[in-house]
Design a binder for this molecule. Structure first.
Ligand code: ATP
Length: 269
């Protein structure tokens, strides 16, 4: 496998306003944290050290990757994105070498955000994985996170669905300074996400009238599922040669999502 983590990933045009269902206090805390990152000198003058690492945890599809992208954009940083699984290698030393080269490359392009999704694959509890190679890779990650001055201008962001599986040494302040829970959205949050994903989409009047009800009736849906709902509905409208998404497209999409076969149905179109 090639080490794609060592290159920057193009940043989509995402801002905090494109992420719905995030509690307002959390958005404010994130923005406050970022203002420290953006003004490290001023922060140091008042005795606040810029954060080195942020952990985002929560169920799949709740917007953790979006948040990491919005954070990188907010601080004008190059974005290095990878998945924890990209560092789990059978060959001795390869995982550790990838971690090293990721940090080295990011340091050449400061300010930079290093984002590792599914970080549990890389920073899981040491006793749990019991493999020497995995331990070596995790140790290298800890060494790189402790990079001192070399890491000025580097913000490490990790995401996981399994915070309970993470190694305590990884979670130590100085490595991970802020931890944010990114939950499934409540009704208000789902309504915000519906607004985000219907923006610019032509909807029939009965769909528009049903959106509040949709937010109420989609308890347990993630942002990704809501997004996929409207993608599925759009594709069905296009397939049938209509210019607007109608109620039957939406009902069809809801059924598909509830049956858990959305991805298959998308491929069917
Ligand atoms: P995973 O844990 O599976 O990696 P994630 O939490 O990182 O998932 P994202 O990759 O950020 O989830 O979300 C996938 C897609 O779902 C986004 O590109 C977006 O279209 C939609 N989405 C998810 N959460 C939200 C949200 N809170 N607001 C708006 N859109 C969202």
């Amino acid at each position: 496998m090639k080490n794609s983590a060592a290159k920057t990933t193009p940043l989509p045009n995402i801002t905090m306003d494109d992420i719905g269902g995030i509690p307002i206090e959390m958005k404010e805390e994130i923005l406050q944290t970022l203002s420290i990152v953006k003004n490290p000198k001023r922060s140091l003058q008042v005795g606040i050290k810029p954060p080195k690492g942020i952990l985002l945890y929560g169920p799949p599809g709740t917007g953790k990757t979006l948040l990491a992208q919005a954070i990188a954009r907010e601080i004008g940083a190059a974005f290095f994105s990878s998945s924890g699984a990209a560092f789990t290698e059978l060959f001795v030393g390869v995982g550790a070498a990838r971690v090293r080269s990721l940090f080295q490359n990011a340091r050449k392009q400061k300010p930079a955000v290093i984002f590792i999704d599914e970080v549990d694959a890389l920073a899981g509890k040491r006793k749990a994985h019991g493999s020497e190679e995995a331990e070596r890779t995790l140790t290298e990650l800890l060494v790189q996170l402790d990079g001192g001055k070399d890491n000025d201008g580097i913000l490490f962001i990790a995401a996981t669905n399994r915070k309970d599986m993470l190694d305590d040494a990884f979670l130590r302040p100085g490595r991970i300074d802020f931890t944010f829970n990114v939950p499934l959205p409540d009704t208000k949050g789902r309504r915000e996400i519906i607004d985000i994903h219907t923006k610019g989409k032509p909807l029939s009047g009965d769909v528009v009238a049903s959106l509040d009800m949709l937010a109420e009736s989609t308890s347990g849906f993630s942002g990704a599922e809501i997004s996929s709902l409207f993608e599925t509905a759009s594709r069905r409208a296009v397939r049938d040669g209509r210019k607007q998404i109608n109620k039957s497209d939406l009902d069809f999409a809801i059924d598909r999502t509830i049956l858990g076969s959305t991805s298959r149905s998308l491929n069917d179109f």
